[in-house]
Design a binder for this molecule. Structure first.
Ligand SMILES: [Zn+2]
Length: 373
């Protein structure tokens, strides 16, 4: 059970990170705060994990294969911690420290891996490429939601983000508009096309965009317009099909307006997530008496796909380790596994942390719920 002191430490950690947002790959102060808390509890923090300045790792239990607990702490431009990654840090650090209190009973290692740049860039992909997850048998993660309930084993949409740049011809909008070619008109045409496209997309697909550049003065025909579009689907084939259609529409808008178009990747693709049903089933069956909300195990594609690239990214890092985890669990090789979840209104900052022994099902489980008003 989480001690009152730890509870207060975790709440303070969450609030401090929330009040001091840092963007992707620049989360130095968040990492400093988490590391300080871990070191205060006697843990050694490995910095510069995989050569990333804001990635880190701490570990308990025996050497060899490990369950990875993934912490995030980056924020969004202008918005700050709109995605609640401060809550992710709080839960994951709390789970690690809860597991660490039982370190001598662990049959596999448990690692806390600090993963930067979830909102943009894909820090977990960097860490995967650097071999950080090569001994990972399972990876666990939590994310706050706004639904007031929690769920497990959600499938999550993959995303590609495309930057679309139209180039036209500037001209005075009153004196000689006929000499111009309006790049903004092309970009608006693409938005209209996307809106029409949506009615024919499956309910799990998503397309959403912003205008980054749309001209410099109202009396000048914009010669350049730039938009970013996120395209999401539940599997890679569908995602590729959607991107192909989107590129056709973008080209069509250029044709309509006499402009040219360039389409680039704005970030690395985040693949769709296939959650591990074994771990999810185990979690869903736990008697979490202290939980503040209902258990809703999800087995189908979620009706309300998550917003933001938030969770989708981690599939890239974790698809394979999760598969290994399934195998290991099937063989009974992985004994104590820490699982956690805290799907609850982020504004209420409620979370649950549970320690669970996957093999000795009869063993009692520890549930901690922290409520911060
Ligand atoms: Zn997020």
């Amino acid at each position: 059970m989480t001690s009152d002191g730890l509870r207060e430490d975790l709440i303070q950690l969450s609030r401090e990170i929330n009040a001091d947002p840092e963007l992707a790959y620049e989360e130095h102060r968040a990492v400093g705060r988490i590391s300080a808390l871990l070191e205060r509890h006697g843990h050694t923090v490995e910095r510069n994990l995989g050569g990333l300045a804001t990635a880190f790792r701490a570990r308990v239990g025996p050497p060899g294969p490990a369950v990875a607990l993934l912490a995030e702490y980056d924020a969004l431009p202008d918005v700050g911690h709109g995605c609640g990654h401060n809550l992710i840090s709080m839960t994951i650090v709390g789970t690690f420290l809860t597991a660490a209190a039982k370190a001598k009973d662990l049959q596999v290692g448990i690692e806390l891996v600090g993963t930067p740049a979830e909102e943009n860039g894909g820090g977990k992909i960097d860490l995967l490429d650097k071999g950080v997850f090569k001994d990972t048998v399972a990876a666990l993660f939590s994310h706050p939601g706004a639904g007031g309930q929690w769920s497990v084993s959600e499938k999550l949409l993959g995303i590609m983000v495309k930057r679309v740049t139209y180039e036209g011809l500037a001209a005075h909008a009153a004196v000689s508009p006929e000499k111009g070619r309006n790049a903004l008109t092309a970009l608006i045409g693409l938005f209209v096309a996307v809106d029409g496209w949506r009615q024919h997309l499956p309910s799990t697909a998503r397309v959403h965009g912003i205008i980054r550049e749309g001209g410099v003065a109202s009396n000048i025909i914009p010669s350049r317009a730039v938009g970013d579009f996120g395209i999401r689907a539940s599997d890679m084939d569908a995602l590729k099909d959607m991107v192909a259609t989107f590129e056709d529409m973008a080209a069509g808008a250029a044709l309509q307006t006499g402009t040219t178009v360039k389409i680039e990747d704005e970030m690395r693709p985040y693949l769709p997530v296939e959650a591990n049903p074994m771990l999810g089933d185990a979690l869903a069956q736990m008697p979490l008496q202290a939980r503040h909300c209902e258990t809703i195990p999800e087995r189908e594609m979620c009706e309300h796909p998550r917003r933001g690239p938030t969770i989708v990214e981690h599939n890239v890092a974790l698809a394979h380790p999760l598969d290994q985890g399934t195998e290991a669990l099937a063989r009974g090789a992985v004994a104590p596994v820490v699982v956690l979840d805290h799907f609850r209104s982020a504004s209420r900052n409620v979370l649950s942390v549970a320690t669970f022994n996957a093999v000795a099902a009869s063993e009692s489980m520890t549930t901690n719920a922290l409520s911060c008003a």
